[in-house]
Ligand binder design. Sequence first.
Ligand code: NAD
Ligand code: WQD
Length: 341
Amino acid sequence: MNILVTGGAGYIGSHTVVELLNYNYNVVVVDNFSNSSPIVLDRIREISKKDFKFYEVDLTNKEDLEIVFKENEIDAIIHFAALKAVGESVKKPLDYYYNNILSTLYLFDLMRKYSVCKFVFSSSATVYGQPKKCPIVEDFPLSVTNPYGRSKLIIEDILRDMCFAYSSLDVAILRYFNPIGAHKSGLIGEEPDGIPNNIMPYITKVAVGKLPVLNIFGDDYDTLDGTGIRDYIHVLDLARGHVKALKKLEENPGLVTYNLGTGHGYSVLQLVNAFSRASGKKIPYTITDRRAGDVAVCYADPSKAEKELGWKANYGIDEMCQDSWRWQSKNPDGYRETAKG
Ligand code: NAD
Ligand code: WQD
């Protein structure tokens, strides 16, 4: 089977490409490196000892994108490519709508034109907005508070409309909770541009001495220690979830939607402590004001994915922290330095 992976040089995409190659899928990656490095591609080949096709294409360029469809008989698409920084999306909404929505519409047009009927979409727990309670089940009401989240919800809505209109389509919407961790080799991992927005890359940058102190956004939430609770999930578990989703699509289910989370919530302080245990590094922190838009508690009910995909998260918080640290300590400057040893 030929799988087109958009955004395959990115954090979750690169781990998923490795997993797909392990399962002997033929992989075609498209990326414009707007938030990734070409070095990732060699690292994927080094880990998997397999090759794949790559196109440096911006998905908002429909002519270039069409070449990928012309030259490859694509059977299914896993669509990771997107801009993903919540704060930036508030400041530059049009960038997010152009990049995330226009590119996806082009992809949908080409899918129709080249009769590609299987599609896996990277959605996010962000589409649950401020959930009334936890754990979060897939049929909870959907709402969003920022342009990034809205771009995800709009694409979900378009997919629902398309599946209603075209009975030949099989679509898996995967709503990720909080991905952290890295490949066991320490060769690929998360490399945010500039100061990280997400907590784990921030912690690892403090641990490696690139940032002085972690700011914890509020300790007055109604949680066990006052800090926010999230469902952190290992990126390797997420990657495996995509292979399970592809297998599900072979059963022609139409539209299916799954939470990919562990079902366990950890507070910021619990995460910091787990990271210190895993790395042997003390993480200096200060408590600052709450971050606008943050929810107190967010964790998944992942039982639907377990029941219907036979997928459940295997890795616990300690291993997630160990693997994040291995990646960061072997690559203190991200992909700008070679990981050895
Ligand atoms: P990432 O930024 O590491 O990867 C995205 C990749 O897409 C990058 O390599 C980037 O260069 C590429 N890209 C972006 N726009 C493109 C375009 N127009 N044309 C071609 N390539 C383009 O992000 P990630 O963390 O791997 O996230 C992957 C997907 O998962 C995204 O859709 C994101 O919204 C979603 N998601 C991420 C998280 C998270 O916390 N990481 C959580 C939930 C959902
Ligand atoms: C986790 C916890 C913060 C940074 C975001 C997106 C979501 C999804 C995943 C894409 C919270 C606290 C954080 C810091 C902190 N992405 N924190 N200091 O906000 O749950 O989700 O990433 O789809 O859409 O909104 O993740 O890692 O930013 O925060 O104290 O420097 O860590 O307040 O409690 P979040 P996060």
